[in-house]
Design a protein around this ligand. Structure first.
Ligand code: BDR
Ligand code: CA
Length: 421
């Protein structure tokens, strides 16, 4: 049994780290987290009191207080505009200077493919795999990540467990989509690799400080670990090269009409990560839906062999079966691999800067990424008994939102990197 270590000094009061989780999803919203001005506000405490039962209320209150305390005691970091960081103008990092990445993952079928893609791409130097609960529990996810490191003979890469639950709600796992073990029910051999004893968010913080301005974070699960790292040490913000997430959507969800799974599984964490002030690229569901891996791609990959190649074929066969059963047809979307593909070659996607917030209170829209395509809001001023629009206020973009993808180029990249491995 693998039990991820949770250090005692790591914000333990958070429900996400093993404390009591509210019975109902509480309405606890970090309204704005602006590290630059050290001005933090939560619509929290008053709202926490609205939780529907005493247990929920006290757990929610503890969580709220923990967040307030955590934010208050950590020093503020200078804000950096999301579109202000340097990016190599030629798009693809040269294999001679591979991009250092940390993949934060909830493996997961497409997570597994994303990890295999990353580990077989000379453009990337995978420094760590940190595990977050999402598709599967934290424990199963750590076991899966270790098996993948073992399959690829990469026990040199630290694989660390992290949060045990989302920040403010109970975990929702997705074995329905990913198989009982999260890896398409494919039984990999026991891992030769051992779990790193460090706590995932702490490892992220440490690595960023060891390689300032060099680390690209690639979170492909709920954003709990990344939010915890930010809350614990906001000074990492300007030291991170870029964050490329798989999550969100600007046109509908997969959990329900509005929300994408990674954001839905921890909306408060997502809002913290989206507003940290670093360069963040959102590789959302709606672009992932255009990268359909179909039978022809599978036939192509099935012609070559190797332990990773053969494992990928089994996972992809499972995914095509799931699509036939539940999907819209046309193939299986390669969500997490596309985020890694974007880190490998940003020219695969097109992006637009937008101001994005994460909805956390909507009855039907909790977890929706609400994107302002005009980066402007009306200014309504109260005059007597009604408001009058007096002007337009600009809102700064905080996210590079992917709006297009060269799907076939990406799918060929994926197949070519897995073939024969
Ligand atoms: C995301 O949710 C998970 O099920 C996948 O691994 C992916 O990260 C897609 O919504
Ligand atoms: Ca995932």
């Amino acid at each position: 049994m693998l039990t991820p270590r949770v250090p005692e000094d790591s914000l333990l009061p958070f429900c996400g780290l093993g404390g009591p989780c509210p019975e109902v999803i509480p309405i606890i919203i970090p309204k704005s987290v602006n590290y630059g001005s050290a001005e933090f506000s939560l619509r929290s405490l008053g709202v926490c009191k609205n939780s529907r039962n005493t247990t929920a209320r006290s757990a929610a209150l503890v969580a709220c207080l923990a967040l307030v305390v955590a934010i208050a005691i950590f020093p503020s970091a200078p804000a950096t505009r999301a579109d202000g960081n340097a990016r190599p103008s030629n798009g693809v990092a040269s294999p001679a200077t591979p991009k250092k990445v940390i993949i934060d993952t909830d493996p997961g079928t497409d997570d597994a493919l994303a990890i295999l893609l990353a580990l077989n791409s000379p453009e990337l130097d995978v420094r760590a795999l940190t595990v977050v609960p999402g598709n599967v529990t934290a424990q199963q996810g750590l076991e899966n990540a270790l098996k993948l490191a073992s399959l690829t003979n990469r026990c040199d890469i630290p694989v660390a467990g992290g949060a045990q639950h989302p920040l403010f709600q109970k975990l929702i796992t997705a074995e329905l989509w990913h198989g009982a073990n999260g890896l398409a029910n494919v039984e990999l051999p026991p891992s030769k690799c051992k779990a790193d004893p460090r706590f995932g968010p702490d490892l992220i913080i440490q690595m960023i400080h060891e390689s300032p301005h060099e680390i690209t974070l690639v979170p492909v699960g709920p954003l709990t670990n990344i939010a915890l790292a930010l809350l614990k040490d906001p000074s990492i913000v300007p030291l991170v090269k870029e964050v490329v997430i798989m999550g969100g959507s600007i046109s509908g969800g997969n959990v329900n009409a509005a929300a994408e799974a990674n954001i839905y599984n921890d909306p408060e964490a997502a809002q913290i990560v989206f507003h940290a002030g670093w360069r963040l690229t959102m590789v959302g569901l709606d672009v992932g839906d255009k990268t359909l891996y179909d039978q022809a791609h599978l036939d192509q990959l099935s012609k070559t062999h190797g332990p990773e190649n053969d494992f990928a074929v089994k996972v992809l066969t499972f995914l095509l079966g799931q699509e036939a059963k539940y999907g819209a047809g046309g193939g299986s979307p390669m969500y997490d691999p596309l985020a890694v593909g974007t880190a490998i070659d940003p020219s695969i996607v097109s992006t637009q800067p937008m101001h994005v917030d994460v909805e956390s209170r909507g009855e039907f829209t909790r977890g929706e990424t609400v994107a302002n395509r005009r980066n402007a809001v009306e200014r309504n001023v109260l005059h007597g008994d009604h408001y009058i629009i007096e002007g337009i206020d600009r809102v700064d973009p905080n996210v590079q939102v992917c709006t297009g993808v060269n799907a076939e180029k990406f799918l060929q990249l994926l197949n070519s990197r897995l073939a024969g491995k």
